[in-house]
Design a protein around this ligand. Sequence first.
Ligand SMILES: [Zn+2]
Ligand SMILES: [Zn+2]
Length: 147
Amino acid sequence: MSALGSGATCGAHAGVVAVDLCPRCGRFLCGECVELVGEQAFCASCASVVTARPSRPARWSVGFSLVGLVGMGLGLFTQGRAGLLVWALAMPTGVLGFALALQALRGAPSPATVRRAKWGRALATLHLLAVFALLVSFAAFLVTRRG
Ligand SMILES: [Zn+2]
Ligand SMILES: [Zn+2]
């Protein structure tokens, strides 16, 4: 705990000398208000946000994005119509993963949610970029064959 000095008082308890400062919201904390997360002191509401698990959209985002990415890869290595089917099914899964990541990042999500949603978004972006690159190369292939 850091010495604050200069007679700062707790934000929640009037007249009680503050012993620490919440690094997240900047509120002054007395000994009673301090919630330790590891070595770091937070106020109660910030401590619950900091320790919160990733939100459901963030967790599902990673799942869908991963399934989409793997599905696209499987589709590429599967011969014929089955491969096309897997590829086509993987695409909306990737889009869904991307949408869920955006939903999870809206508002003021907890750090764990942000971390997880960014993974989901990165995986989905990789997938959709690969799909885009494949479509472009396929179009280029068609054009060169015709010309
Ligand atoms: Zn706080
Ligand atoms: Zn207090």
